[in-house]
Design a protein around this ligand. Structure first.
Ligand code: 4AD
Length: 467
């Protein structure tokens, strides 16, 4: 009796601590609980006070009802609170559970006059972007971050269940995989970029792609992937470029055709998207209802397709040349496809994702496999273009033939730096290929978000590195 008395006393003093998402499930209805979070709405009435408390565990907040007398004088919109009370069934179907408060304690005050978000106001993504340290307190951005986290888990899960090994490719590297010169050079302060006096004795950079390191590993494990931050010194203010973005990259040995690659790209897209739609329904709905109304149909149309259409670059140029659309950049065989062209091609194919294959050889980096077709020389490369965004993935078969790769490296003046890369072709070379998917562009694509800065926690772009 003594023990049960003590346990009861203990429980009375320390009611079960629940996260908001747990409280909303309703299993503890009738029990004393305590919930901690931030006040998302605050409605004092004559006899009662109504609050919504959110702790980020779900889009929905927990409604708290308190007799006006027990309110804390510091209670405001935006402050942090702990609420103790009894969890009750609520008469409202939209809000099946509410917390009848016995005690409300303000943990952290918030001056609502200075707080940049206002009660009951719907702030635009552009507005909240000005507050990278606070925007996670808004519904839209907290939904985005839960979706981002779910998509990350789904990407790892896809690769794990398909026999891929995760490789941690380095952030600091001495190679410029893409050869586009968009490198951030790295050196500790006070040292010099000159080779002799520098920290690594060679120029080093933040990685633009983990591909070459993955190619090393695909030579032993056949199927490998990496998923991490990638850096490009692109002086761009565009809605789809960042200086730091996350890239999912896969490399697959014994890949004989572009179709082997497009299948993995498409399966990855489908599997991750289905997982996000399943597990983050309410968060995704917020975007499809309030940020990009109607976008859900575009996503569903993509998922309905059993296989995404495939067109060659040459066919794509024909389509663009025949179109009556006025493009800012003219198109001719050999030119790079610009965003306006990519978006047009997606629309032309029914506003669903489309693969474009076999780009001009000279447009692609040194590693792309030569199709050896003349007179229009092409590479076995593929891009996946998606609605609203344009290019989502870039990939290729890699040149696995030693002599062809050596002459290509010579042509590009790179042979000296890449002798180790030639070794991969000298010792057990196999046909292989891979691709990279821009994670932020993927989120833009499934959520219908116009600006890439709104799908990453802390965006970095030219002239901006807040926090
Ligand atoms: O086409 P990219 O440059 O391909 C590579 O880096 C290959 N080495 C990948 C590989 O085969 N392993 O980049 C791949 C994708 C692009 O399709 C795009 O979605 C994204 O990365 N991307 C960017 N995303 C945001 N900001 C930027 N500045 C980006 N540059 C590329």
């Amino acid at each position: 009796r003594c023990v049960s008395f003590c346990v009861r006393r203990f429980c009375e003093k320390n009611p079960t601590k629940l996260r908001v998402s747990e409280a909303l499930l309703g299993a503890e209805v009738g029990e004393d609980v305590r919930v901690q979070g931030w006040v998302r709405s605050y409605r004092p009435q004559k006899n009662n006070l109504f609050l919504h408390v959110n702790d980020g565990s779900s889009l929905k907040s927990l409604q708290v009802v308190a007799p006006a007398g027990i309110s804390d004088p510091l209670l405001t919109f935006g402050c942090a609170v702990e609420v103790k009370g009894i969890l009750k069934k609520s008469p409202h179907s939209k809000q099946p559970v509410e917390l009848e408060a016995k005690q409300i304690q303000v943990i952290g005050e918030c001056n609502p006059v200075d707080f940049p978000f206002k009660i009951k106001e719907r702030h635009s993504l552009e507005y909240i972007r000005q507050f990278p340290h606070l925007r996670c307190r808004t519904n839209a951005f907290s939904s985005l971050l839960r979706i981002r986290s779910e998509a990350t888990a789904a990407i790892h899960s896809y690769f794990k269940s398909n026999g891929f090994l995760q490789i941690h490719t380095p952030t600091i590297t001495s190679n410029d995989c893409e050869g586009a010169g968009e490198l951030f050079q790295v050196e500790p302060p006070g040292t010099t970029f000159a080779e002799e006096g520098s920290f690594f004795s060679v120029p080093v950079y933040l990685t633009v792609s983990g591909q070459l390191h993955l190619e090393v590993m695909s030579g032993a494990f056949s199927r490998v992937y990496t998923f991490g931050p990638t850096f490009r010194a692109e002086n761009s203010q565009s809605r789809r470029h960042l200086a730091e973005f996350f890239m999912v990259e896969a490399e697959i040995s014994f890949t004989e055709s572009i179709e082997d690659l497009t299948k993995v790209m498409e399966d990855l897209f489908r599997s991750v998207t289905e997982s996000v739609l399943d597990h983050c329904e309410e968060d995704v709905d917020l975007f499809h209802k309030h940020v990009a109304p109607g976008h859900r149909d575009t996503v569903d149309d993509a998922l309905k397709k059993t296989r995404f259409p495939v067109i060659t670059y040459t066919e794509a140029i024909d389509v663009l040349k025949r179109s009556s659309e006025h493009f800012t950049f003219p198109t001719d065989w050999g030119c790079d496809l610009m965003t306006e062209h990519e978006k047009y091609l997606v629309k032309h194919c029914g506003n669903i994702p489309v693969f474009v294959t076999d780009y001009p050889y000279d447009l692609k980096p040194f590693y792309a496999r030569d199709n050896q077709d003349h007179p229009k020389r092409t590479a076995a490369a593929v891009d996946l273009l998606v609605p609203g965004v344009g290019e989502l993935c870039g990939g290729s078969l890699r040149e696995e033939r030693l002599s062809l790769l050596r002459s290509r490296l010579q042509e590009c003046g790179l042979e000296e730096n890449y002798s180790w890369y030639l070794d991969l072709r000298r010792f057990g070379s196999v046909p292989h290929g891979g691709f990279g998917l821009g994670f932020e562009r993927y989120l833009q694509c499934i959520l219908g978000v116009d600006n890439i800065k709104d799908v990453i926690p802390f965006p970095r772009f030219s002239h901006s590195c807040l926090l």
